[in-house]
Design a protein around this ligand. Structure first.
Ligand SMILES: *[C@@H]1O[C@H](CO)[C@@H](O)[C@H](O)[C@H]1NC(C)=O
Ligand SMILES: *[C@@H]1O[C@H](CO)[C@@H](O)[C@H](O)[C@H]1NC(C)=O
Ligand SMILES: *[C@@H]1O[C@H](CO)[C@@H](O)[C@H](O)[C@H]1NC(C)=O
Ligand SMILES: *[C@@H]1O[C@H](CO)[C@@H](O)[C@H](O)[C@H]1NC(C)=O
Ligand SMILES: *[C@@H]1O[C@H](CO)[C@@H](O)[C@H](O)[C@H]1NC(C)=O
Length: 458
């Protein structure tokens, strides 16, 4: 009886042990599988959300990368993009309102990123020229309000306060150089197989191209307060020395002011006949009126040469305009991509095909168009250049002469050189905007654990 009981108890105890053991194994196993699954999902791809706070509006870009830093689709596209107007600088007196203006973009961007991925999706904002030019500490107050808003409302990853900051022309130039060479699959190639970039914004113009190590070593020191001429970076384990210089005050809108300053209170040979008025840039008014005989290509070019200070003393071996080192030239500059206003002006004047996201032209084509434009009156230009923005038509001769003179006399480029004006580039079967936020996104995702360290600066 006692014996039987013991056996029974032993049996049930064994059963219990077995049960517990089985349970343990299954539980652990499923937990393990779940973890494993989560880990593989977690590490496979990453999104990046980049805000471009420009002078006329704010834009948000969402990119999606796999572990080898290839762009992969978000729905039908490779990039999600949206914008609002006006820009942050329009809210100079009300930083909270400035931050609020970004909320719709933030919400849209978050909706693009799957919930489980949001916590580790880098979120960045770069503010360009417009904000930098505000009085006093207005721009810093706006950036702080944006940081606070992001921290309060966003489920994305704000790495540090530096993730919301001013982006200067030098960084804009180097990130755009990365973006364009990435889209053209030039990374990992030798420096002489990469392409150079000239970006004509509203406030500044940037030149960026890769140079040899020897050229980089011979780079002079930059002037006080300016960024060094050479940026060193690794891209897919290949080291590049990129010459970058940003000329503040020589973007398309800023240069008009510089050019009108040369003639001061007199009429300007760059303004089309039929216009008598003023040009306002950063709250300053400049006289903008046509000479009695109308505009003239050669007289306008002389005015532009003065504005560019092409004859400034050159303290280095070779200079561009204004006594700035030219980087030494070389094969990294042979194949140039001209972005932003170069693209808009070229397509709106018929130099390049407006239906193409990028097009090949010769630098001299800007001169040919300028010679034609400077001969017209405002009224004629209205029909000869029907695509040019009506509110800018009086500056048609000025804009074209400026772009040609900047390239040929400012940067010393060969007029017969073939260049590409670019807005978007084909990547796989998609079109992607050729703009600095892509370079910023690549850097942000490169820094994530488990991702290829595709890009980092040294
Ligand atoms: C990333 O995507 C590219 C192109 O779709 C593919 O060739 C590559 O193998 C992918 N890499 C990883 C790690 O998934
Ligand atoms: C901005 O300037 C005001 C007065 O000029 C000062 O009181 C305030 O502390 C400054 N704020 C920041 C964030 O620097
Ligand atoms: C610059 O110098 C050259 C030669 O020294 C001269 O021919 C030209 O007129 C000058 N240009 C300007 C804008 O001063
Ligand atoms: C540098 O200047 C020299 C002398 O003026 C000229 O011969 C040379 O072509 C220039 N090089 C570049 C890269 O601009
Ligand atoms: C330009 O042409 C449009 C019609 O295409 C006309 O409405 C407008 O008044 C013209 N502007 C000037 C300045 O001639």
């Amino acid at each position: 009886m006692k014996m039987e009981l013991t056996t029974q108890r032993m049996e049930s105890r064994a059963l219990l042990v077995l049960l517990v053991a089985t349970c343990l194994v299954t539980c652990c196993c499923s937990q393990f599988l779940q973890d494993h699954h989560r880990k593989t999902v977690r590490s496979r791809t990453s999104y990046a959300v980049i805000f471009d706070a420009g002078s006329t509006g704010s834009r948000v870009h969402v990119f999606h990368f796999n572990q080898s830093l290839d762009l992969i689709p978000i729905g039908q596209d490779l990039e999600f993009l949206d914008k609002v107007k006006p820009g942050l600088s329009a809210y100079a007196k009300n930083p909270e309102k400035a931050a609020e203006s970004l909320i719709p973009l933030l919400e849209e961007a978050e909706n693009v990123v799957p919930k489980r991925a949001r916590r580790r999706t880098p979120l960045k904002l770069g503010a360009t020229a417009g904000l930098r030019l505000l009085q006093g500490n207005a721009s810093e107050l706006i950036l702080q309000a944006v940081r606070d808003m992001f921290k309060e409302r966003s489920s994305l990853k704000l790495e540090s306060d530096e993730s919301v900051a001013m982006i200067d022309g030098t960084h804009e130039g180097s990130y755009l150089w990365v973006a364009i060479n990435y889209l053209l699959s030039n990374l990992k190639k030798e420096y002489y197989e990469t392409v150079g970039v000239v970006d004509l914004g509203g406030g500044s113009v940037q030149m960026a191209y890769a140079v040899s190590e020897e050229n980089a070593k011979n780079a002079p020191n930059a002037n006080d307060g300016e960024d060094p001429y050479i940026t060193q970076m690794y891209l897919k384990d290949t080291k590049y020395y990129v010459y970058v210089h940003s000329y503040l005050g020589f973007g398309k809108e800023a240069a008009r002011a510089e050019i009108l300053k040369v003639t001061g209170d007199s009429a300007s040979p760059c303004i089309l006949a039929g216009f008598d008025g003023t040009y306002t840039y950063q709250d300053v008014e400049y006289k903008a009126s046509a000479m009695a005989g109308g505009s003239s290509f050669s007289k306008c070019r002389n005015t532009v040469l003065k504005a560019l200070k092409v004859n400034a003393t050159c303290p280095h071996k070779n200079c561009t305009f204004g006594g700035i080192w030219n980087g030494g030239g070389g094969p990294g500059q042979k194949n140039l991509y001209l972005a932003t206003s170069f693209y808009y002006v070229a397509t709106e004047t018929g130099i390049a095909d407006i239906n193409k996201p990028s097009d090949k032209v010769r630098i001299v084509d800007f001169k040919i168009a300028a010679q034609l434009a400077c001969k017209t009156t405002l009224e004629e230009a209205n029909s000869t250049f029907p695509l040019y923005r009506k509110s800018n038509l009086q500056y048609l001769c000025l804009d074209l002469v400026y772009q040609n003179t900047l390239l040929v006399h400012g940067f010393g480029l060969d007029p017969w050189q073939e260049v590409t004006v670019v807005n978007e580039l084909k990547y796989k079967e998609y079109l992607i905007e050729a703009a600095w936020p892509l370079g910023t996104a690549i850097e942000a995702v490169s820094a994530l654990p488990k991702f290829d360290r595709l890009l980092y600066f040294v």
